[in-house]
Design a protein around this ligand. Sequence first.
Ligand SMILES: O=C(O)CCC(=O)C(=O)O
Length: 244
Amino acid sequence: MLGPEQVDDYAARGFITVPALFTAAELAPVEEYLVRNQEVTWSDKNDDPLREAHYHHRPIYDVCTMPKLLDCVEALLGPDLVLLYSHILNKPPGGLQVAWHQDGPYWWRVEPKVAVTAWVALDDATGENGCMRVIPGTHRGNLDLGQRPVEEPDLIQARPFELPPGVFDESCAVDLLMRRGDVSFHHSYLVHGSDPNRSGARRAALTIRYVTSATRIQNTPDRRQYLVRGTGLDNGNVYFQIGT
Ligand SMILES: O=C(O)CCC(=O)C(=O)O
């Protein structure tokens, strides 16, 4: 569980880091799944086994819904929690950057676009291997800062969105230096990105996105949302059950 200072820090800066939330043993199923699937090739991103692995692989769903993780998310978002997306971000040596962006504007299915991402470090993340970088405070007011598609692929997208220069101050960037098992939490309007992996070792993370059940979520055939804590509202959201 987070203390009041951490909750206040998140409200002010749009992110916090929690050291050693997971043990290596707890992350072993994610590691095993990543190693087994990292070479799989795909052309449609819905076939990428590292995206939404929790739909199909129960041990990853169990990590995404571990009570101590949900306790942290509850402290930031409230008691009624929906698991929206997960993605294992594998950045091998030479792996690409992630353009400066906000997550909220990517998510056309949800309204409002206020979410918490848990970024679970599967490796130590350093400046050299392309740790996440954030611009503190840029989440305030839930402002869409006007990111635009660019043709240069990044680690996550073939046509990523990138914020234009001048809408935020890159000199304020903070490197999120992490140890394996640490978790950072960031707000969906926080400006963030990461550099390429210039080291000789992998930098991987499991990212998990949560919203409250008060969020209106459009149901689409290729996506599943799970009510993982608390209650749903009578707002038309459709929830899936794990295993169905
Ligand atoms: O892991 C990275 O390099 C970027 C992660 C990111 O953009 C996200 O989790 O929203």
